[in-house]
Design a protein around this ligand. Structure first.
Ligand code: HEC
Length: 142
């Protein structure tokens, strides 16, 4: 019975999200992605303690795909903040399924050997990951 309810909810969710296919993206969403981050974030000065927290999360939840120096597995994140805004990176972490499925900057077809999973991280954890990625970037002009 439980499986029946889960399947029902899944089909219902998928059929509702199908309506979004026609949706237009605002200027903010086009640049910064879709998900819980809907306002610009002021990064402020670099926070080593926050970056260290981000490094711990990265080591346990991200490095297995993103740290392989193999862009067939997943894109490299070392210079991601030179390509994407911090808000975009956080929306990708917090809403990977929606981003991959709907966002105009994603290819919508799986060209990687893995798929970016939803890992139920909090906004604070996503922010810590941005601080870590900030420390990894070769260009720190942001
Ligand atoms: C199972 C493998 C896997 C894991 C684990 C994973 N990712 Fe990903 N990630 C991917 C793949 C594959 C993509 C490319 C998605 C696409 O466009 O289809 C991606 C894309 C991204 C992007 C967008 C990069 C760009 O160039 O636009 C960011 C940011 C990102 N991941 C961050 C993370 C973070 C942070 C973690 C850990 C919390 C993480 N990912 C965990 C596989 C993974």
């Amino acid at each position: 019975m439980r499986h029946f309810y889960i399947s029902f909810i899944l089909i219902w969710t998928l059929s509702c999200s199908g309506n979004n296919q026609q949706r237009e993206f605002s200027e903010f969403e086009t640049e910064h992605g879709i998900g819980p981050i809907t306002n610009e974030i002021d990064l402020g000065s670099f926070d080593p303690a926050l970056a260290n927290r981000g490094r711990q999360i990265y080591t346990s939840l991200c490095v297995m795909c993103h740290g392989q120096n193999d862009t067939d597995i997943a894109p490299s994140l070392e210079d991601v903040l030179n390509r994407r805004s911090p808000e975009y990176v956080m929306n990708m972490i917090l809403n990977p399924t929606g981003m991959i499925r709907w966002h105009p900057t994603r290819s919508h077809e799986n060209k990687y050997l893995t798929s970016m999973p939803y890992q139920s991280l909090t906004t604070e954890e996503a922010r810590a990951l941005v601080e870590y990625l900030r420390s990894e970037s070769p260009d720190t002009s942001f």
